[in-house]
Design a protein around this ligand. Structure first.
Ligand code: ARG
Length: 459
């Protein structure tokens, strides 16, 4: 195939170089953005009188036809083309002759690819945000069913203090709304239109860049042509926001994996979202969550690819930058796939309340409340802490719990103890009285839910 830039060359490109050089396999997915960019550019060229109005109209109509032909399967994207930009332009030229050749006036593939990726990724940001919203709403809905489901809260994976299942999963809703904010923020900086930067040094043609931006739905234009073609911060930023989101999904997945184990048995996954073993008939494995945990590493890899690819590049465009697409598209595809699977898996899982409660009733997770009981009776906290520590040791010696230890034993260690201690250290009291803002008490959790809902409404 003769290349668009063939004039300068006396030989055809070696087919191995063509394969190596070509990005069509991974940039073909941007064809809609590429066509939208060309439509806006051609329209503006016509309005400015840089090309004839009638030619601009023909180009726009031709581009729209190409779009419909690809969408409806009448035109196949040629896998031997150099990239999606060259492909669309060459089809247009085949169809329109010299008129098609006018499209690339005052444009370079350098600003073309820059506008395409931004335009394409803006749409991806919206899709990812919509999925995060869906998961956050699913978490809120489940939380509302479990304001009273007591479970152990952990530090160091040791039972620490009682919380509720609602409170625990709402922590993830908090993380996810931050993820949405991060992606929205990243989209804001992505929302600037680089066309007009041309190869690197702008152009002598009287372009109306603001008009192109308006036609393409960008909020603003880039303000330095060198930066306009060589900035890939928005890819790094999005990959980084997605990496943090994947980290959250991975932590959630890790907990679900533990909760599914026989040792915890806090939840049971629906059969449709679990897998079996080829040899062990009893197995029901949380493969989805394990894959999400695994894919998190892969997305971190995409972020490192982008950061490393950019770190030594002189201004402006360098071909290295073609590597941006596989990395950022992989990150985007992976996170969407993970969210799409995680959401129904989460929605259909069964919460085993009794097991959670049983786990919370052991392990002295009310010891802090026992100490607080003494503090309320006037003892300094450190002394109360020490007395309770001795009580726990006594319980272990007698193989019992604080709830079951006889009052006589309590009194032996501190005469401030009375019968009302049992009420003070009951699991329900421990949770219900933690009504501080941000705490696990049902009322506090309900307030948290209201705030989350209001936040989602404004996002
Ligand atoms: N396929 C290229 C990329 O993705 C398009 C830009 C090519 N520009 C150039 N001067 N060779 O980066």
């Amino acid at each position: 195939m003769a290349m668009m830039w063939a004039g300068r060359f006396s030989k055809e490109i070696d087919s191995r170089v063509n394969d190596f050089n070509s990005s069509i396999k991974f940039d073909a997915r941007m064809y809609r953005s590429d066509i939208a960019g060309s439509v806006a550019h051609a329209t503006m060229l016509g309005e400015q009188g840089i090309i004839e109005k009638s030619e601009s109209e023909k180009i726009v109509a031709g581009l729209k036809e190409i779009l419909a032909d690809i969408d409806e399967g009448r035109l196949e994207i040629d896998p031997n083309a150099e990239d999606i930009h060259m492909f669309i332009e060459s089809v247009l030229t085949e169809r329109l002759g010299d008129t098609g050749k006018r499209l690339h006036t005052a444009r370079s593939r350098n600003d073309q690819v820059a506008v395409d990726i931004r335009h394409y990724l803006k749409g991806e940001c919206d899709e990812i945000s919509a999925l995060i919203r869906e998961l956050t709403e699913a978490i809120i809905q489940k939380a509302e069913e479990h304001f009273y489901t007591v479970m152990p809260g952990y530090t160091h994976l040791q039972r620490a203090q009682p919380v509720t299942f609602a409170h625990h999963i709402l922590a993830y809703a908090q993380m996810l709304t931050r993820d949405m904010e991060r992606i929205a923020d990243c989209k804001k900086r992505m929302d600037v239109m680089p066309l007009g930067s041309c190869a690197l040094a702008g152009t002598t043609y009287p372009l109306n860049r603001k008009r192109t931006a308006e036609l393409l739905g960008f909020a603003d234009i880039t303000h330095n042509s060198l930066d306009g073609v060589s900035d890939r911060d928005f890819c790094c930023e999005l990959a980084s926001a997605i990496s943090i989101l994947m980290m959250h999904l991975s932590r959630f997945s890790e907990e679900i994996i533990m909760w599914c184990s026989w040792e915890f048995k806090f939840i049971e996954l629906d059969d449709a979202y679990s897998t079996g073993s080829s040899i062990m008939p009893q197995k029901k494995n949380p493969d989805i969550t394990e894959l999400i945990r695994g894919k998190t590493g892969r997305v971190y890899g995409d972020l490192m690819t982008l950061l490393s690819m950019m770190k030594n590049l002189p201004l402006a465009y360098n071909k290295d930058m073609q590597e941006d697409k596989e990395a950022i598209f992989d990150a985007v595809d992976t996170v969407k796939l993970c969210l799409t699977t995680f959401i129904p898996m989460f929605e259909t899982m069964t919460v085993l309340k009794d097991n959670m409660r049983r786990a919370a009733a052991k392990g002295f997770i009310n010891a802090t409340d026992c100490a607080d009981y003494l503090v309320k009776k006037g003892l300094p906290f450190r002394s109360a802490y020490k007395a309770t520590g001795s009580l726990v040791a006594r319980c272990i010696e007698l193989d019992t719990t604080l709830e079951e230890l006889p009052i006589a034993e309590y009194k032996k260690l501190c005469d401030l103890f009375d019968e009302d201690v049992y009420e003070a250290i009951s699991l329900d009291t421990c949770v219900m009285q933690r009504n501080v803002d941000g705490g696990p008490a049902p009322e506090a959790a309900a307030r948290q839910v209201e705030l989350l809902k209001a936040k989602l409404k404004n996002m």
